[in-house]
Structures are given as structure tokens and as C-alpha cells.
Write a protein that binds this ligand. Structure first.
Ligand SMILES: *[C@@H]1O[C@H](CO)[C@@H](O)[C@H](O)[C@H]1NC(C)=O
Ligand SMILES: *[C@@H]1O[C@H](CO)[C@@H](O)[C@H](O)[C@H]1NC(C)=O
Length: 502
């Protein structure tokens, strides 16, 4: 605490213009999404957060088990409101009041959850939302603010709206040319003004990986933080050597232009995925996230705000295998930990402390479902079976440039069968596929390709053999999350090509 006050004081002296009372400068935060078939138990996740020194966590919705587990943990919580609740929250203050009572007040008073922030919607102006939230986001924000005031929480709980980085743009390609996107300029300005007047703050999600993904000519070195890019961006007296700083400052310039030079801006999501794309691998992810952590540890700001390092929420803590893959196959692989809290790659935190894996995770039996050695890959049921398996489980690691892309045809089929079997909690009958499949006690994992055994979620006996898919909400980029079948379609197409060619 003393430390924090000292830092506050220094900041105020150096940059007295920034109104920043709620801002803890050295906090390390992360996003905790739960769009998984086998979510890690909440108490294990809270221990994982504490063991790794995360002081802040962001939830995409008021998930009761997550919130209860966070009670008295000392971790500060940002609770998200999913976009699909925005229309009803916008419709009446009563609805917002109920939301606050049920999803904030109760957790504060009854469970001792340190809820500090509420994120209204998530990336409402994302182009793929096609403007459906443009009319409801502002009234929803106003109503939740009114509800927070009525509940007597307005000193403790601050509001924000997480923006996707494309709410702003720059006409000349330089940060100094930044302004709000013209089609949302009015509504974004209203939101910013309202947050400003109510002591709220701004949140932006910045994804250098997506810049690289979207543009094959994007210079790889500009995505990282080494400072040694061959393609720096020179903007007046400032030289930008990484896209993160350029992107953040573009927003700061846009805010200045619209009359809000001192608003505090938090980074709500930033990270790098490890699978599902040729640029998504543990090596790049480690490189990016270590560079990011080093900035947080050094308290680095950006050229426009050198003395005000933003709060940063890493995206994400753990993988989520049931997220929509509309943005890409990488969408299920953003975790710095695997879905079960095991370590993907080394990272070094404050004082050189390394990552600590999740403790106390219970797994199902060490058994895997594979293509039977006696089955022929020319069997006419193979394509349909693999497609079925990949429709109801996650086969993104088989896609081009991914960790299991090096498997042979039999390996591909086995991988699909095993994903299905594990997702179905090793249920009797889930390793059948009309005699094509067989159980094995020998781990079929090869090189980078992990054949998973899932967490024991105690559903093994209870599950009915109906297609799985709990109703679950999105987190991060993307929309509602069910296995979309896109992976299955890709897989199926590849398999068909293989069959017709052989
Ligand atoms: C509380 O939040 C949950 C999760 O977002 C939501 O399903 C529920 O409707 C909310 N409760 C109220 C009263 O709005
Ligand atoms: C499966 O195996 C083939 C042949 O080795 C490989 O080319 C392909 O990319 C793999 N993945 C899928 C999804 O078929």
C-alpha cells in the first residue's frame, strides 16, 4: 500500500493533468474467459491467479462460480456485461438496477468480492456486429451508471466500455492523425464524455497479432517490443518501433482531438495465441508476452503518455475450446496456460519469478480414443465420422500451420476421434464410430501435437449421448460460442481431397 501511494504521488507531480484516482499503476491483470467444454474449477483458477501475482482480473460476465471463488481473494475484479444484455439494460433503469443488485451488490456485500469496475458490453462497435449495438450501448451505460449511484456504489465501482481498436483510425497512417471512426464518432464521443463526467475510464483492446494476421506485408518485428524493427513509424519528433504504442497513442490523439486529453485509458485485452495459425505458436507468444510483461514491470508508458503506464489485462489466462472460431482457428488458443492450467511456455514476472502451474487439477483416466489399427482409411464411414467428431469437439489444432498439422492421415482421424471422446467425458460409446475407433492406454501425442485427456468435471455418468454444447457466452473477439462446424468443414474438405486422390 505504501508503495502504491508513493507511486501515486510521483505520478501526480509528473503528470498532474491526468485524472486518475482509481488507477493502480503497477497492477498486472488478465482476462478470465470460461467458454470451455471443461472449464478449470473456479477455486483452482483463483489460486492460479494469486500464485502468479495477478492483481486484477476481468470477467466477461457475472459468472456466479467465478465471482464466489474471487471473494476475499484480494484480487480486483472487472465484471463484464455481455452485448446481448445491452438492449434490455438500455430499455429501462429498472432492468439495470436489478442487474446491479443481483450481479454486483450481492457479491460485494455477501461474498466480499472486490468489484471495482464494470465493463458495459464488449467491443460493441466491432464491424462484424454490423451496428446492432450502436443505439443501445449509450443508454445501457447511462442506466447502469444510474443504478450504481442508486445502490450507493458510485465511489467504489467505476464504469467503462471496452472498445475494439477499430473505433479509431488515422487518415495519414500516423498516430497524430488519429480520430474516432466517422460512422461512430457521435456515439463514441457521447460515451467518452459521459464516462469522463462520471469518473469512469476508457478501455481499448489491442491485438498486434491480428494486425499481422490481417496483412501479410505487416512487418513481424513491428508486432513485438524489441525496438529493432526495420520499419519504424516516424511521427514528428516521435519514432514508433512497435504497433502497440502506435495504436494506443492513435487513440490518445483521437481523444485529444475531441476534447478529452486527460482521460485514463486501460488496455482491456492484449496477447498472442499459440495455435491455429502459422503465426500462432509458443515461440512468438512467449516473445510477445514477455516483452509486454517487461513493459509492465518497468512501468513503461507510451510516447504520448510516458509517465502513465496503463493498466494491462493480458488476453488470456487459459485456453477456451468452445469459443467461436469466426475470427480464426487461433481463437481457442489465447491462453498463457493450457485449458487445464499447465504451462505452455516460460515467462518471467516481477523479480524474475517464473510461471506457476495450476494446482489440484483432476483428470479423467489416462486413456485415448484412436483410429483402430485394423480400420482402413478408405472405409466409406471415415469422412462422415471425422466430420461428426470435429463438429462436436475442437479440431483447430489440425488446421494449417497448427500444432497437429504434421500428423499423417491416420493421425488426423485419431486426433478427431480423441477430441470427441474426451469432450464427451470418455463416455461409453463415445469411442465407437462404428468399429472404426479403439481405446488405447498409450499416449498418441507426437512432437508438438498433444492428444488431450480432459479435466474430470464429474459429468461422466450423467451425460446423455446428445450433442454436447452448453449455452455459453462469448469472450474476447468473436460472437456466441458453439462449435460452428467451420473446422469440421475444413477438415472434411481436406479429408475428401485425400480420399479422392488416393
Ligand atoms: C446477472 O448476470 C448474468 C450473467 O451475465 C445474467 O445472465 C443475468 O441475467 C444477470 N441478472 C440480472 C438480474 O440482470
Ligand atoms: C491430415 O493429414 C494430411 C496428410 O498428411 C495433411 O496434409 C493435412 O493437413 C492433415 N490435416 C487435415 C485437417 O486433414
Amino acid at each position: 500500500m505504501v508503495m502504491i501511494h508513493v507511486i501515486f504521488l510521483v505520478l501526480f507531480l509528473v503528470q498532474p493533468l491526468i485524472d486518475d484516482r482509481h488507477h493502480v499503476v503497477d497492477a498486472l491483470g488478465c482476462n478470465w474467459g470460461r467458454v470451455s467444454t471443461h472449464p478449470l474449477p473456479a477455486d483452482i483458477v483463483v489460486r492460479l491467479l494469486k500464485d502468479n501475482g495477478f492483481e486484477k482480473v476481468k470477467l466477461f460476465e457475472a459468472d456466479p462460480s467465478a465471482l464466489i471463488a474471487l471473494g476475499k481473494s484480494g484480487i480486483q475484479v472487472m465484471v463484464g456485461i455481455p452485448n446481448d444484455l445491452l438492449p434490455s439494460l438500455a430499455s429501462s433503469v429498472r432492468v439495470a438496477e436489478e442487474w446491479v443488485v443481483q450481479n454486483v451488490s450481492v457479491y460485494l456485500s455477501k461474498y466480499g468480492v472486490d468489484i471495482r469496475y464494470i465493463a458495459i458490453g464488449n467491443e460493441p462497435f466491432l464491424e462484424s456486429n454490423r451496428g446492432v449495438f450502436n443505439k443501445v450501448i449509450f443508454p445501457a451505460l447511462q442506466n447502469v451508471q444510474a443504478a450504481i449511484i442508486k445502490a450507493g456504489l458510485s465511489r467504489q465501482v467505476k464504469l467503462t466500455v471496452p472498445f475494439n481498436a477499430n473505433v479509431y483510425q488515422t487518415e495519414n497512417g500516423l498516430p497524430s492523425g488519429g480520430n474516432f471512426r466517422s460512422d461512430v464518432l457521435t456515439v463514441v464521443s457521447s460515451i467518452v464524455a459521459f464516462l469522463h463526467d462520471n469518473g469512469g475510464f476508457l478501455t481499448i483492446n489491442i491485438y498486434p497479432f491480428l494486425s499481422l494476421h490481417a496483412d501479410p506485408n505487416f512487418p513481424l518485428t513491428y508486432a513485438f517490443f524489441d525496438g529493432g524493427t526495420s520499419a519504424p513509424v516516424v511521427d514528428g519528433s516521435i519514432t514508433y518501433t512497435n504497433v502497440f504504442e502506435a495504436n494506443y497513442d492513435t487513440f490518445i490523439f483521437a481523444l485529444e482531438k475531441n476534447g478529452f486529453p486527460t482521460m485514463s485509458v486501460v488496455v482491456g485485452e492484449i496477447g498472442w495465441p499459440t495455435d491455429g495459425d502459422p503465426n500462432a505458436n509458443a515461440n512468438y507468444a512467449r516473445h510477445f508476452n514477455q516483452g509486454l510483461l517487461d513493459r509492465i514491470i518497468r512501468k513503461s508508458g507510451t510516447p504520448k503518455r510516458p509517465n502513465l503506464p496503463p493498466d494491462i489485462y493480458i488476453f488470456s489466462l487459459i485456453d477456451e475450446n468452445a469459443k467461436s472460431i469466426e475470427p480464426g482457428n487461433f481463437e481457442r488458443h489465447w491462453g498463457i496456460f493450457n485449458y487445464d492450467g499447465t504451462i505452455k511456455y516460460p515467462l518471467s514476472f516481477y523479480n524474475g519469478r517464473s510461471l506457476v502451474a495450476a494446482k489440484g487439477v483432476k483428470y479423467m483416466e489416462k486413456q485415448w480414443c484412436v483410429l483402430s489399427p485394423t480400420a482402413s482409411i478408405a472405409d466409406p464411414n471415415v469422412p462422415g465420422s471425422t466430420q461428426y467428431a470435429c463438429t462436436y469437439s475442437d479440431c483447430t489444432s489440425l488446421s494449417y500451420g497448427s500444432s497437429c498439422n504434421g500428423l499423417d492421415v491416420r493421425g488426423n482421424i485419431s486426433y478427431a476421434f480423441n477430441q470427441f471422446y474426451q469432450t464427451r467425458n470418455q463416455q461409453n460409446g463415445a469411442c465407437g464410430f462404428g468399429n472404426l475407433a479403439k481405446l488405447t492406454r498409450t499416449d498418441p501425442s507426437q512432437q508438438t501435437c498433444r492428444f488431450e485427456v480432459m479435466i474430470d468435471v464429474g459429468r461422466r455418468k450423467k451425460l446423455k449421448p446428445s450433442p454436447f454444447n452448453p449455452p455459453s457466452r462469448r469472450s474476447g473477439v468473436g460472437s456466441s460460442s458453439i462449435f460452428s462446424g467451420t473446422t469440421a468443414a475444413v477438415f472434411f474438405a481436406t479429408m475428401m481431397v485425400l480420399f479422392y486422390c488416393s
